[in-house]
Design a protein around this ligand. Structure first.
Ligand code: AMP
Length: 470
């Protein structure tokens, strides 16, 4: 199938040619006709399948075809996404594909000053991409009126559920017109998301591509069984391999990520950490250094890495195994993109073997093992299996080496750390202003507004290029 058969307007088709896209990906081919026909849609697809363009292209087509301008303090399309990084990337996609249209796209995320966003929203925007918490802040201070939203996109709905955003989402939906088009994208379809979908979508078309397990098939995987104490030196040894172009090292906690960066620095290896305790400016700078090849190793938590789209990641190293098997699939999906090969290496301590077994069940394959696999570990390390969504709130594997249990929680809105959209637990949303501790980060983000992809994070970014060829 070619893009021509989809009937996208010429300015959009032109930007796709400029981007070097020759044909729609399967999710695009399946979803775009339904969205263009105005239907509600459930898209089951994960990052890397081209799902962003699957909704951005038909939405841009719709906006480009209508002469309506957004009213003051309103938006015509609302995209909700779980993380700041993913939100910035979605804005970037709208800007890229819509560069030949005269449309405006705004970004409303936490962790940066709200004032600039309030001012930027004053004249209204065509597309607003937001994390749920900051959007509610803006709605409650009447900086944005959501009653004009014609299209709602919920991206990575399962991750929003995991991060505890479901109530915020319900609140946002209560502010939207009942008559609207709704598109929901999710990598998996847990019962709670299916329920939400049945409440908020009307007669949706469902399209599904690449079940999560299949990503794993494109990646060469290895598990190294070792004593937990050997992890720092093993990691340093692995990273000295010149075959590594770019590596993402995953840890389960923010504290763990910082500790790995410090340990690697001690071994003479440069790396950068990206997690929810870092300011937006720090995160963007780390990501830019990684993208530009200035730093070969990025150390990340699952949530911070979600949605990161960096080409040419040759290796993913699981310094800690995730206690949610699906996270493993998301992690290793950071490599082997755009048809390239990828290598995923997991450092498995004895108390993580049960997690590896969960992962192998999910991907329906054994991960080739090196080292002595402890035979006696067959039972799960936890007494009962928590429900999905609760899992990230719970401590994962029991700590080895006398580490204090419960010392550092897995990152997430309910994980006790910084909220994914920048608010700290207990921070008053109504107030709309951060507590004292955030000022420094906000100023840092303010001084460094640029991102690797050129977005003005924290402000509403406008696509000002004139309509050509329309
Ligand atoms: P996503 O799943 O939206 O995160 O997209 C993953 C990557 O695929 C992004 O880098 C896009 O730029 C790229 N992409 C999306 N659609 C296409 C296409 N039709 N042809 C080639 N690359 C694409």
């Amino acid at each position: 199938m070619s893009f021509d058969t989809l009937g996208l307007a010429e300015p959009i088709a032109r930007s796709l040619t400029e981007e070097g896209y020759s044909a729609p990906t399967p999710i695009q081919a399946a979803a775009i006709p339904h969205v263009m026909a105005g239907r509600d849609l459930i898209g089951i697809a994960q990052t890397g399948t081209g799902k962003t363009a699957a909704f951005a292209l038909p939405i841009l087509n719709h906006l480009g075809n209508s002469l309506k301008r957004p009213a003051l303090k309103s938006c015509r399309v609302l995209v909700l996404s779980p993380t700041r990084e993913l939100s910035a990337q979605i804005v970037d996609s709208f800007k890229t594909y819509g560069r030949h249209l005269r449309l405006s796209v705004g970004l409303a995320i936490g962790g940066v000053p709200i004032g600039k966003q309030i001012r930027a929203l004053h004249h209204g925007v065509d597309v607003l991409v937001a994390t749920p918490g900051r959007l509610l802040d803006l709605a409650q201070t009447r900086a944005i009126d959501l009653s004009q939203v014609g299209i709602l996109v919920l991206d990575e709905a399962d991750r929003m559920l995991d991060m505890g955003f479901i109530n915020d989402i319900r609140k946002v939906i209560g502010m939207l017109p009942k008559k609207r088009q709704t598109l929901l994208f999710s990598a998996t379809m847990p019962a709670e998301i299916a329920k939400l979908a049945s409440e908020m979508l009307v007669d949706p078309a469902t399209v599904s591509v690449t079940p999560p397990a299949s990503t794993a098939e494109r990646v060469t995987q290895r598990a190294i069984h070792l004593d937990r104490r050997e992890k720092p030196s093993t990691l340093a040894g692995l990273l000295r391999d010149p075959a590594i172009d770019r590596a993402i090292v995953f840890t389960r906690t923010k504290h763990g990520a910082d500790k790995v960066v410090r340990g690697l620095a001690g071994a003479g290896i440069d790396s950068a950490a990206i997690h929810g305790n870092k300011s937006q400016g720090q995160r963007e700078r780390a990501l830019a250094a990684f993208r530009d090849g200035k730093v070969r190793t990025l150390v990340a938590t699952d949530i911070a890495a979600r949605g990161i789209d960096v080409d040419g990641v040759s290796h993913v190293i699981n310094y800690d195994l995730p206690n949610v098997a699906e996270s493993y699939v998301h992690r290793i999906g950071r490599t082997a993109r755009a048809g390239k090969d990828g290598i995923a290496i997991s450092l498995v301590a004895e108390d993580e073997v049960a997690y590896l077994r969960d992962i192998e069940k999910l991907i329906r394959a054994a991960v080739p093992a090196e080292g002595d696999v402890p035979e006696r570990v067959t039972a799960k390390p936890r007494a009962s299996q928590p429900q999905r969504g609760q899992r990230q709130r719970q401590q994962g594997a029991p700590k080895a080496n006398g580490q204090k249990a419960g010392g550092h929680k897995a990152e997430g809105r309910n994980g006790g750390g910084q909220k994914a959209d920048g608010r700290k637990p207990g921070e008053n949303r109504r107030n709309g202003r951060a507590g004292g501790g955030r000022g420094r980060n906000e100023r840092a983000a303010h001084r460094n507004p640029g991102t690797s992809n050129g977005n003005d994070i924290g402000a509403v970014a406008f696509m000002a290029s004139p309509v050509r060829g329309r």
